[in-house]
Design a protein around this ligand. Sequence first.
Ligand code: RVK
Ligand code: MG
Ligand code: MG
Length: 340
Amino acid sequence: MRQEAVRSRFQGALLGTFAGDALGMPLEGMTPQAIAHRYGVVRDLLPARLGRGTYTDDTEMTIAVAESLVACRGFDGPHMAGRFLHTAERRRGYGRGTLEALQRLAAGVPWDQAGAGTFGSGSFGNAGATRVAPIALLYHSNLAAVADLARASSEITHAHPLGRGGAAVQAVAIALALCAGLEPPAGARPELFIETIEHRLLPQEALYREGLEKVVMMLERCPPLPLEASDHDRAGQAARVAAVLGNDSRAFTSVPAALYSFLAYAHSFELAVTTAVALGGDTDTIAAMTGALAGAYHGVGAIPERWRRSLESGPRGRDYVAGLADDLFLLWLERYADVC
Ligand code: RVK
Ligand code: MG
Ligand code: MG
């Protein structure tokens, strides 16, 4: 029974990333006001550059992380770097920092040096954080391993301490969401999330402490709206949250923005992810990270069926991603289930 619940959460986190990415992608770069003016609250997958329901770099790299963990039966830096390089399709839309690191990997630079020179000191873009769900799932019973391996996986492309730190914060949050979702009476208590994540921060990641404190402040100032709230009220709240937390593609703004969206609406996958999209800015990535959190918390059944059935199919589409989640679950069952 419990194993089925864990399995559903592995699928939820990976397909939740995919659904958030696909819902957010057509709005990427728009302000919250522009989204509200044009669409109200976005509740359905819109036509997109590569087709409705298609995914971007965020999901593509998450797939690569999962493939590498499964193939190597755990984290292996050189192998994961190889998967990033061989699975990246430019049409999915990659950030500059990731592309630069991939070029260095292609030129033979080792996996732990390829991300070092971007923007002078390594990138603190959010690509290291948005792909981290498979690591959080496989190691969820050991938060120290979750944080360390998230940082190591980020280093391949995003070596700045704040890039690595964003991956650690997002990964620890996903692992906590999974565990909290298995214990429904306790639920997703924001104080517990914030305290536990803060405890895992390294001194050079102190900026995340500020981000997490802002999340607490915004959960108080902008608490979840009731179900019957109007689109106008939802959009207004999203704009206020984005103005304080930020919504751009730097990890130290977008990771807290995703955490707010999840914690404010932890009772509903759909409300969490639509809130993330309403924040505007880096909508595909913030919604992908929110989808990973909410999917790990609720399990795959909470992703609206009308979204799930419209996600891209094909050789590396939704069935493949669900299968990868199962492979990862079986690996967890074999190697780590007994320590839970
Ligand atoms: C196209 C100064 C830095 C910095 C540093 C800033 C895809 C830059 C995904 C940079 C995501 C931005 C998106 C994002 C993210 C980073 N000094 N500024 N050391 N490090 N920045 O280029 O690969 O959509 O302004 O590494 O993480 O869907 O432009 O992007 O939305 O952060 O790309 O950092 O991908 P990048 P990424
Ligand atoms: Mg993207
Ligand atoms: Mg993005």
